[in-house]
Design a protein around this ligand. Structure first.
Ligand code: ADP
Ligand code: MG
Length: 261
């Protein structure tokens, strides 16, 4: 497997450094400017919500940060590595090892157990079977689903399926977890459940960047960045990077709590 050179200072570098990123698409005669000079630095341990109306450039930004697309202009360092210097093979390697992806539609493999779904990225990375199983179980435990390891997606609620997807995203121990509208297909209770998991994995030191257009979801973030027409129009911090996630007063406590039977 190819490796990417990292200087000794790489650990101290921000996870994401975007400098004046421009992304334009040609559409017939005209050009669509999806991003118009976006600069953004995300430090290790942050939990950032990217917000904005449909068409504001959120997914374009996410695809660039996830090394799924390249900017038209500008500079991008991921974990201290200048992404422009990488070839296709190195980009694929960086996607597998440094980034965990979570999608709106879960993207779990049907008729395949949660445990097997979570193991998949490790199989691609060539990890041997016993270790794969152990690490997948650890990841499922981290999202509170160890007891569902043998269940297939159709036997789980939407919230549980998305938690399996989060387990799959963290099983490779990535520097960064990226999620594009992770609660877009979920009801309020499941949304809160999934965002609670993002808060927890963030509290363990993982950097999380997620896209949402829901204020209720953004409330879980430590920092909120708002895009409009391909530009950052607002960027404010809600909680310190190293501190706990913001108090989630809007999450109703269980009405019954724990009760003896
Ligand atoms: P969001 O995720 O905020 O809804 P997108 O990043 O998907 O926004 O899109 C930003 C703008 O770029 C939109 O005007 C969209 O139509 C355009 N766009 C995105 N991807 C492409 C593409 N592959 N080709 C042409 N235009 C695109
Ligand atoms: Mg989008």
């Amino acid at each position: 497997m190819s490796t990417v050179a990292r200087g000794p200072a790489a650990e101290r570098r921000p996870v994401i450094e975007l400098r004046r990123i421009v992304k334009s698409y040609s559409r017939g005669e005209s050009e669509v400017h999806a991003l118009r000079g976006v600069s953004l630095v995300v430090d290790r341990g942050d939990l950032v919500a990217i917000m904005g109306a449909s068409g504001s450039g959120k997914s374009t930004l996410m695809n660039i940060v996830g090394c799924l697309d390249v900017p038209t202009r500008g500079h991008f360092w991921l974990d201290g590595v200048d992404v422009r210097t990488l070839d296709e093979e190195q980009l694929a390697a960086i996607r597998n090892r440094k980034i965990g992806f979570v999608f709106q539609s879960f993207n779990l493999i049907a008729r395949t157990t949660a445990l097997a779904n979570v193991q998949l990225p490790l199989a691609y990375a060539g990890v041997r079977a016993t270790e794969r199983r152990e690490r997948a179980l650890d990841a499922l435990t981290a999202v509170g689903l160890a007891d569902r390891a043998g269940h297939v997606p159709s036997e789980m609620s939407g919230g549980q399926q998305q938690r399996v997807a989060v387990a799959r995203a963290i099983v490779t121990n990535p520097s960064l977890v990226l999620a594009d509208e992770p609660t877009g297909n979920l009801d309020t209770a499941s949304s809160n459940e999934v965002m609670g998991i993002f808060s927890e994995i963030n509290a363990e030191g993982r950097t999380v960047v997620l896209i949402t257009h829901e204020d209720d979801v953004a409330k879980f973030a430590k920092r909120v960045v708002r895009l409009r027409d391909g530009e950052i129009v607002d960027d404010h911090r809600v909680a310190p990077v190293d501190g706990p996630p913001p108090l989630r007063a809007h999450v109703a406590a269980s009405p019954t709590g724990t009760h003896a039977r």
